[in-house]
Every structure is written in structure tokens, then in C-alpha cells.
Design a protein. Structure first.
Length: 240
């Protein structure tokens, strides 16, 4: 059995850009390192992760300037969507060193540099113990409102209804699955044009029920320009 990590980094993250920062957000520096470097270090904090594979866009002009550990492999395998990037990167890895049915892959967002070792190790422990894929996630803490569809693009959309938050969780990463099973699930989803926003949704489309393992608030995804300062505060405090 081997356990590897995969970071799909073929996108730009346009919502996180501003006038001073126009490079893809995974290359933005906070707390002395890029988001990508922080996320790689977080994944390697559990010694069971033997390698980290990063899928970037073809012709990415930034990746060569990023200093990364020797166990990190770069693949110019970015696709038009997250699902395609993950699938294509898995395909490249599988060609170089074919997966066995006992191999696992952790898929993690480059924009989640706040992942703790405790959360990562707990996810791996639970999935290996139960031999079932799973993800980090957090229960929805706030009241949830559905917006009137016709007002979605308005400056002040209108509320259509309140949605019960019972049983609702917010998905995080990493998401851990058997590598071969994830390949099959993503291939099926892409061919059928299914709406796939993360690896778990591909497995759900295949009929599986992945585990939910409680994550933590600091493992949020950097999405908006103001998120960088918040994450930097956490990383600096964590490093003390």
C-alpha cells in the first residue's frame, strides 16, 4: 500500500485577485511562503504520505520558481475543471507507477494552507480503519437562506426561504480515496457530464457514501482578498 497526495493547481482563483496581486492565488506569499508551499508542508506532516503530486496548467510560468521538497512531483496536467485536472494527473501518475487496488490518494486544495496535522492524521486513520474513503468537513453553524433565483445577481438579493441546516456539513479537503476507485468515479462523472465540485461528489455519483471526519475552522479555503490576512495570522500564531 502507498499513500500519496495530489494538489490540483491548474486554476487562477479569480475571486482572490486584486489590483496588486494578479498571479494565481496558490503562488501568493503569506507568512514567508506561498500558499502552495504551506499546503505541501501540511500534507507531508504525516509520514504516511510518501509523495505529493501537483497538477498545474500547461505552460504555467510560476511553478518553476517555487522551492519544494524532493518528494514533490510537478505535472503539467491541468484541465478545464478541477475534476479533469485531478483525473489527468492521476492518469500521469498511474502511467509512471501503476496503482494497485490498495493505494490511496489524498486530494487537497492549494488554497487551504491551514490544515493541521491532527486533522490530517485523523482522516487517514479513520479511512484506513474502515477501508472507506472520506473527507474533512464541518457542520454548518449558521442559519441558511435560499435566495430568490431572479435576484441572484442583484446587489441585495432577496430571501426565498430558510433551509434547515440539520444534517448539512461544509466540505473541506483533504479528501482521501482509493486511487483506482477515484479514477473510475471521475471518468464516469466526466463522461456523463455530472456536476462534480469535489472528489466526494464524484464518489457519490458512483453510488458510494464517503465518511465525514470533523475538520477545523482554520482549514478554510482562501477565496476572497481579505482571507489572506486572516490565514496569515493563523499561520504565524501556529508557527510560534
Amino acid at each position: 500500500m502507498k499513500l500519496i497526495a495530489l494538489i490540483p493547481a491548474g486554476g487562477v482563483g479569480e475571486r482572490a485577485l486584486d489590483a496588486q496581486h494578479t498571479a494565481p492565488k496558490q503562488y501568493r506569499q503569506i507568512a514567508g511562503k506561498s500558499l502552495l508551499q504551506h499546503s505541501v508542508a501540511a500534507l507531508l506532516s504525516d509520514r504516511r504520505v510518501s509523495a505529493v503530486h501537483i497538477g498545474v496548467a500547461a505552460g504555467d510560468p510560476f511553478i518553476d520558481s517555487v522551492r519544494l521538497p524532493d518528494v514533490v512531483r510537478i505535472h503539467h496536467s491541468g484541465g478545464d475543471s478541477r475534476a479533469q485536472t485531478v483525473l489527468q494527473t492521476l492518469g500521469v501518475i498511474d502511467q509512471e507507477q501503476p496503482f494497485s487496488d490498495e493505494d490511496w490518494v489524498l486530494v487537497h486544495d492549494a488554497a487551504r494552507p491551514g490544515l493541521s496535522t491532527t486533522a490530517l492524521s485523523t482522516l487517514i486513520d479513520r479511512c484506513l480503519e474502515q477501508q472507506r474513503g472520506g473527507i474533512l468537513a464541518m457542520p454548518v453553524p449558521d442559519t441558511v437562506k435560499r435566495v430568490v433565483a431572479s435576484t441572484l445577481d442583484d446587489e441585495s438579493p432577496r430571501i426565498q426561504e430558510t433551509v434547515s441546516r440539520e444534517g448539512l456539513w461544509l466540505a473541506q479537503t483533504p479528501q482521501l480515496f482509493k486511487a483506482q476507485e477515484l479514477q473510475i468515479a471521475l471518468e464516469k462523472a466526466v463522461v456523463e457530464g455530472a456536476e462534480i465540485t469535489d472528489e466526494a461528489s464524484a464518489m457519490e455519483h458512483l453510488g458510494q457514501q464517503p465518511l465525514l471526519v470533523r475538520g477545523h475552522a482554520e482549514n478554510f479555503k482562501i477565496t476572497w482578498p481579505q482571507d489572506f490576512a486572516l490565514m496569515e495570522q493563523y499561520l504565524l500564531k501556529y508557527s510560534e
